[in-house]
Ligand binder design. Structure first.
Ligand SMILES: O=c1ccn([C@@H]2O[C@H](COP(=O)(O)O)[C@@H](O)[C@H]2O)c(=O)[nH]1
Length: 272
């Protein structure tokens, strides 16, 4: 998918909502457990109910890897279902990969070629040659951790270096890499007060923003400084949407939660 296609979809749907598909078998409605692939059935119903309100879906691979081969198969069926039925949707494999270049290339092939995701999250800790192999793939996006939503996010990301705070150095350095226009950055919604400084460094790039909903981040606080001319934000909510209901109507309840967020987004875009 191209950036232009993503921006067009955001404008058309008046939404920059990303729904996280973090499927935990202990949390999904019990009637699904009788089915052959409960994870895929759950995802399929959530996607069918919410696809008009969301522009992106983000399965976190941990929730699939935890179930071994069966879980990976459910992930593959989920991305195939999205690509076949809703090709306009932006897909994110939240896998937080990154290794020596030779290995990063294989991670990139796994997510971009074999599974055909539009993007994958990567950790920048191993530096330029660990991220650049992901950037070599056309029309694919590499979403690099910048300032994460968790409490410990500042333990290292917030360290002051001789030049600047570490996460700011990560952002600045990544702008010197080849194909850096294919980068996006993860910035937690729980760190709303940092968005102004981040937008000073990366005014044009998309930011993937987890932490709204279960982690307590606030949509309006993020939008105040996070929005740019192309909207430039993908706001993720996982548990707050997919586990809003726990009975046979779970998909309808998830849709209602997604609609609440989409309506807030529409109002924000209209008042921009
Ligand atoms: O900084 C980060 C990076 C990734 N995540 C992931 O996003 C979702 C958030 O789920 P919620 O249920 O909406 O809290 C989850 O997959 C995290 O691993 C993040 O939260 N913060």
């Amino acid at each position: 998918m191209t950036r232009l296609e993503l921006v067009e979809q955001i404008k058309q749907k008046q939404s920059f909502l990303c729904i996280g598909l973090d499927v935990d078998l202990t949390k999904i409605p019990t009637h699904l457990l009788e089915l052959e692939d409960p994870i895929f059935e759950f995802n399929k119903q959530i996607i069918d109910a919410t696809h008009q309100l969301a522009v992106a879906y983000k399965p976190n691979t941990a929730f699939y890897e935890a179930y071994g081969l069966k879980g990976w198969k459910s992930l593959e069926k989920t991305i195939d279902y999205l690509n076949e039925n809703y090709p306009e949707i932006f897909t994110i494999a939240d896998a937080k990969r990154g290794d020596i270049g030779n290995t990063s290339t294989m991670y990139a092939k796994a997510f971009f070629e074999d599974l055909d995701f539009d993007s994958v999250t990567v950790a920048p800790y191993m530096g330029s040659d660990s991220v650049e192999p992901f950037l070599a793939f056309n029309n694919k996006f590499t979403i690099m951790l910048a300032l994460t939503s968790n409490k410990g996010g500042l333990d290292f990301q917030g360290l002051e270096t001789e030049k600047d705070t570490l996460y700011k150095e990560v952002l600045k350095t990544s702008l010197t890499w080849k194909n850096n226009e294919q980068l996006m950055f993860v910035v937690g919604a729980t760190k709303a007060e940092y968005f102004k400084g981040i937008r000073d460094i990366v005014p044009n790039h998309f930011l993937l923003v987890p932490g709204v909903g279960a982690q307590g981040g606030n949509l309006h606080d993020v939008c105040k400084y996070g929005l740019n001319d192309d909207v430039g934000l993908l706001i993720n909510s996982s548990r707050g949407i997919i586990y809003a209901g726990n009975d046979e109507n779970f998909a309808t309840t998830a849709k209602e939660k997604a609609l609440e967020l989409q309506q807030e987004m529409k109002e924000i875009l209209e008042s921009k």
